[in-house]
Structures are given as structure tokens and as C-alpha cells.
Design a protein around this ligand. Structure first.
Ligand code: AMP
Length: 191
């Protein structure tokens, strides 16, 4: 089993790339953002509670996403590992994931970090807002807040991976195919 984490600010292409990486390497794609949006769409009690936090571009509480991930890990069969997209986003989430994996005799094998400059991110997000229907894509102030939250709360997780020698920075600007190839080159070293 291999476990890959994909990092990058909002609009860096994590979601797009994770889907094709998951297909190529037979990994289960776990996106906490997608899971939370499914709760919103189904108008569950949890979804209603998280809606305002997500619309503001803030992070939902750690225990909410940790619980979601734990449930998915335990009911998965037939896959060669997991690709975690948008999780962990805080040091607490990273520590919880590490414990979860250790308890199941697994570890984090690779952290891929997509790097995209802020101007390009803003451009992409504005385009995505036209088709995504996401409240958090539609407002420039919310996008900026999401980028700030990423820098403040998620980048420390990347630092932890860097020290552990498992993080790989990847240029996230270029064609989707070229970026995919760059990511695959790193994945090939752990499969
Ligand atoms: P994403 O689709 O990954 O950009 O996530 C959309 C929104 O869902 C984020 O801005 C957060 O409000 C929430 N969210 C997704 N994943 C997490 C996470 N791991 N921790 C906290 N909040 C999250």
C-alpha cells in the first residue's frame, strides 16, 4: 500500500491531478473538500453546520475531517493505497493521519507539493468560479483568505514532510499533461 499526500494552495490543480493519479496507480482518491461539499449538497446536519465556515474560506474543525478520513480508510478494499487531497491541512490533522496509518501498519510515503504563484492562482480561481458554482470560488476576498490560511496552517505540515525527507516540490504551472508527468516521475520512486 502506498500513501501519497498532495498539497498546494487553492487553484493549484490538486483535485484535477489527484483524479488521474488515482486512476493510474489504483489509489483511492480521498478529498475532504469533496466529502464536505457532498454533505452540503445532501443538506445533512453536518453540512449545514460547516456551510458558513467553508463559504468564508476558513478550515472546518480538525475532528470533523479526521473522522471522515478514518471512516473511509476502514471501508476500502481492492486499492493499492490512498491519495489524500486537501488533507491534512493542519499539523494536528497530520499527526492524526500518521497515527491512523501506523495503527494499520502503513505510513505516509510521499508528499507532493504543487507550486503556483498567487497571480496564476487568482486567474484560475476566477475561471473555475464560472463553472464550479462554489461560493468560496466566487469572491476574491475569500480566495485570498484561503491562500492565507494555506500559508499559515498548511505550510507547516509541508515543512514537517521536508524534514522527514518525503516532500517533493513540483512546478504546478504548465499544461495539465506536463504537470501530471512531473508528478508521476516522483510517484514512480515509491511504487
Ligand atoms: P477544498 O476543496 O480542498 O479547497 O476545500 C474546500 C473547503 O472545505 C476548505 O476551504 C475548508 O473550508 C474545507 N476543508 C476541506 N478540507 C479540509 C481540511 N482537511 N481541514 C479543514 N477544512 C477543510
Amino acid at each position: 500500500m502506498i500513501n501519497v499526500l498532495i498539497f498546494g494552495p487553492p487553484g493549484s490543480g490538486k483535485g484535477t491531478q489527484s483524479v488521474t493519479l488515482a486512476e493510474k496507480y489504483n489509489l483511492l482518491h480521498l478529498s475532504t473538500g469533496d466529502m464536505l461539499r457532498a454533505e452540503l449538497a445532501a443538506e445533512t446536519a453536518l453540512g449545514k453546520k460547516m456551510e458558513a465556515i467553508m463559504a468564508a474560506g476558513e478550515l472546518v474543525p480538525d475532528d470533523v475531517v479526521i473522522e471522515m478520513i478514518a471512516r473511509k480508510i476502514d471501508c476500502t478494499t481492492g486499492k493499492d493505497g490512498f491519495i489524500f487531497d486537501g488533507f491534512p491541512r493542519t499539523v494536528q490533522q497530520a499527526e492524526a493521519l500518521q497515527k491512523m496509518l501506523e495503527a494499520r501498519s502503513m505510513k505516509i510515503d510521499l508528499m507532493l507539493v504543487l507550486e503556483v504563484n498567487d497571480a496564476e492562482l487568482m486567474n484560475r480561481m476566477k475561471k473555475r468560479a464560472l463553472v464550479s458554482g462554489r461560493a468560496d470560488d466566487a469572491d476574491e476576498a475569500v480566495i485570498n483568505n484561503r491562500i492565507d490560511v494555506y500559508r499559515a496552517k498548511t505550510e507547516p505540515v509541508i515543512e514537517y514532510g521536508r524534514q522527514a525527507g518525503i516532500s517533493r516540490q513540483v512546478d504546478g504551472v504548465g499544461s495539465i499533461g506536463d504537470i501530471f508527468e512531473r508528478l508521476c516521475n516522483h510517484l514512480e520512486t515509491v511504487v
